[in-house]
Ligand binder design. Structure first.
Ligand code: HEC
Length: 403
């Protein structure tokens, strides 16, 4: 624990990044085989963990009173992330705080599991046109790896009571008896929940099932630190994404089953810059992700009031929820300055994929024009550039504190 605290302080002091930005994660180049790397690998002691702040994704209001109550005023979470890579693969480890263990219980729809996801942009050559942070968007795909806690364990009373759980290695069963045990576990539905998707928004998630993206994710609870530790390994390049570059944008998300987290109800980071040790270049991407503050947030706050944004958006938690547009309460936590500016100047470039037609039929966030989605947000490109930058600077301040 002490080492983690020290690392945090050092990174905060050493970081030259301006307000709001995450530290860059430096992926260590190694010669070791990464296809079988586990959390126990000594490589993680050589890699440097950098802090990544995950913000509550508050874009849409859930159609679920209990979940909304449980998640009102969620603080941000600070995770620690490290990366290592070789010529074929790249591996990440993410550690994040979570005081409770929530395991997926079979097909029960009222059960929600803890879990994490790592997201990669399929294209990142234009640092100001990255995919929408929450699962990509039309024309800007992402590849997402999701690992939920659903272990192959037997827990006789079905209450998810961790103290009563048994895994097959702890039994003295073999042969037919072991097979019967495995069958019983399988019938409870507690099999490994690991998935990967290529996604252009929630409506168009395609599960990658052909094995062509060779990945492996694992998760375990660290009792001592009261939190989870997850690892993901994937190919450095495949048909979906080429990560063999000096700098790559990566985003992280975590779910808390205790708070009924699922889908968009999670904690999410902004796109974070991961540099691959030994490769040079990619400064423009680092600059774009570090979110340099160019405007005056105070002036931006006044401009937002003057331009009626609150008519469609909940801007701070003091405003009432507004179904006309996504809530901006945490927008500064998971967005880059480039994305915020684009939202203002070209609202239709990315349509926020959260709009729930069934929950909010009277407030469509977009209309269809020849099959193309057109945002119902008016375009603010007529504002002078200083005002635009001031608004972006203010939007970057909108985010929960870490507790
Ligand atoms: C007429 C209603 C309306 C007004 C007024 C409006 N917006 Fe929006 N805004 C929307 C809708 C609907 C969306 C979601 C669809 C989309 O992605 O364009 C959106 C999206 C956004 C997003 C992206 C949110 C996300 O979760 O990624 C930002 C940022 C934003 N608006 C900022 C503003 C600001 C700043 C103003 C005032 C200068 C403003 N909006 C005025 C309706 C509006």
């Amino acid at each position: 624990m002490k080492t983690i605290v020290t690392t945090l302080l050092v990174s905060a002091l050493a970081s030259s990044t301006l307000f709001g930005a995450n530290a860059t994660i430096n992926a260590l180049k190694v010669a070791d085989d990464l296809s079988t790397i586990s959390y126990a690998s000594a490589l993680w002691n050589k890699a440097t963990f950098a802090p990544v702040v995950l913000y509550p994704q508050t874009t849409i209001r859930m159609n679920d009173k209990t979940a909304n109550e449980l998640n009102a005023d969620n603080p941000a979470k600070k995770a620690m992330v490290a990366a290592v890579y070789n010529d074929h693969s790249i591996a990440f480890m993410i550690r994040w705080p979570d005081a409770t263990i929530n395991v997926q219980k079979g097909e029960r729809t009222t059960s929600y599991a803890d879990g994490f996801a790592v997201q990669f942009a399929s294209h990142f050559s234009d640092p100001n046109a990255l995919p929408y942070i929450g699962m990509g968007s039309e024309g800007r795909p992402v590849v997402v790896y999701l690992q939920k806690v659903a272990k192959d364990i037997y827990e006789p009373n079905g209450n998810g009571d961790v103290a009563l759980q048994v895994n097959r290695n702890q039994t003295d069963l073999f042969g037919k008896a072991l097979q019967a045990f495995d069958d019983e576990v399988a019938s409870l539905g507690n099999s490994d929940y690991e998935r990967s998707f290529i996604s252009e928004g929630f409506r168009s998630m395609t599960e990658i099932k052909d094995g062509s993206n060779n990945s492996n994710a694992r998760i375990r609870y660290m009792k001592r630190n009261k939190g989870w530790e997850g690892t993901l390994t994937r190919a450095l390049r495949d048909e979906y994404v080429n990560l063999d570059a000096p700098v790559i944008p990566v985003a992280f998300a975590v779910w808390d089953g205790e708070k009924m987290g699922r889908d968009g109800l999670k904690h999410l980071s902004a796109w974070v810059a991961v540099t691959l040790q030994g490769k040079s270049g990619g400064e423009a991407l680092i600059h774009a992700l570090e979110g340099t503050l160019v405007g005056d947030p105070k002036a931006g706050e006044r401009a937002i009031a003057a331009n009626g944004c609150v008519g469609c958006h909940q801007i701070t938690s003091k405003d009432a929820p507004n179904l006309m547009g996504p809530s901006l309460v945490n927008i500064g936590g998971y967005s880059t300055a480039g994305y915020l500016k684009e939202s203002l100047l070209k609202p239709s470039a990315v349509i926020v994929p959260g709009y729930n037609r069934n929950a909010h039929p009277a407030y469509p966030w977009y209309t269809l024009n020849n099959g193309k989605r057109v945002s119902s947000m008016t375009d603010f490109s007529w504002l002078d550039e200083k005002t635009q930058n001031d608004i972006v600077a203010y939007l970057q301040t909108l985010k929960a504190e870490v507790k």
